[in-house]
Design a protein around this ligand. Sequence first.
Ligand code: GLN
Length: 524
Amino acid sequence: MAKYIFITGGVVSSLGKGVAAASCGALLQSRGYSVHARKFDPYLNIDPGTMSPFQHGEVYVTDDGFETDLDLGYYERFLGIKLSRNDSVSGGRIYWDVLNAERRGDYLGATVQMIPHVSNKIKEYINAPTDTDFVVYEIGGTVGDIEGKIFLESIRQFANDVGRKNVMFVHLTLAPYLEKSGELKTKPTQMSVRELLENGIQADMLIVRSPRMLTVDERAKIGMFCNLPAKNVISGIDVDNIYEIPLAYDAQHVFDIIAQHFDLPCAAGNTDKFQKIKHYLNADLPEVNIGIVGKYFDVPDAYKSLNEALFHAGMQNNVHVKLKKINAETFSADDAVGLDGILVPGGFGTRGVAGKIAAAGYARENRVPYMGICLGMQIAVIEFARNVLGIEDANSTEFSKNCTPVINIMADHDSADMGGTLRLGAYPCVITPGTLAEKVYGSNYISERHRHRYEMDISLEKEFAKHGMIISGRSPDGRLPEIVEIKDHPFFIAGQFHPEFQSSPYSGHPLFNAFIAAAIKYRG
Ligand code: GLN
């Protein structure tokens, strides 16, 4: 049977439970154990697909086309695993399941209650089969949230069902530092652990976020008040880069604490891949400047996977990638000065489209490396149609109803309603021999993840090709353009998909790696 590690958070939100969970998983992997990761989000949305990036940050997409919390991106990246729809489950989805079962009469006339019906449904998800040694399970939100109560109750029951020895509770808290008195305060942590205990859950390990390492005395004090050995109180010290966290945990013997809890042999781990990242971070390397022309910059997490992918590609190319966030709504050529590459990321809605078109045009005319992602491909196609083919009113029907539509909704996914109509998840793409795309991927058959509603109109292919923009990747049935590129340009390529969802910190992603390589070349 798999062993389960549940990660909860207290005191404040945004402590980085996802990265903490991924880091614990990485340490287990470093000792040869296989790890699966999952997350519960107690909120009532069925999934985060309809949530604004301004509120919720990035919506991550799995191979099987599920729109998930961005923490799943951390799990996939850190652990090199592929997750699916049952690995990201919201409160809304649980209630939806329960209420549908009630309507079907599945409960045979019983009064439907939080316990056992909702808690059993949650435990069904926890019990979903896995062939790994461990499942690391993050519970979203903060201890004390009303939505979260039933999840805490369910993991309490689960531990009782499968035996306390098979379950470990890790709690992430905060120890604020009071400048005036020069003290690190432990009371919020004590209260958060007490609140957890009120739900019947005794924390087995605490990770206490703090600006400096906890002292021996502080750990002893927390251990005493919180009913656990001082050695199980870890400092969740602030670091510059998330990939340093597994190393910070390893240095504090987090694996040994886990091993002791589960009666596993202590073992030294191989953390070379994280050491390598740390070494890269501190290395004195040349820089390249990449401009991202987007509009969700006010939320630090809105372009999470994209930022990661560019970071990974920098590592693969031995340069430091400097990102310049360019507000699409105010883009002008001045913004492009000093850039070695221009990237137009995914996006929805008309706001900022004009600036993105101008940015793609700038890259095309000035031979600056360009990479377009999803909307960034549609933008490149519109720009080319307008300024090279001379179709002045070329547009996407997402932005204008009275236009020559070069980007349109396909007849077989033609509802304009939000939710349920997007092309989501992994789709195969066939790459044309002799193209930049083939050189980049080193393959003629790839799979990339999608999240969009509109497509380039393939009937325009010949007209575009005549003027130098070719479709170099398409769906196997030939109906959907997936990659476009400009032939007589050093590097101008755009995909209808989101390659950032498959970038790995250990190998990057072919498209991003090639884009950064082109930027280095452009810089000269
Ligand atoms: N808004 C565009 C569409 O729906 C692009 C979406 C995206 O960039 N993810 O097709």
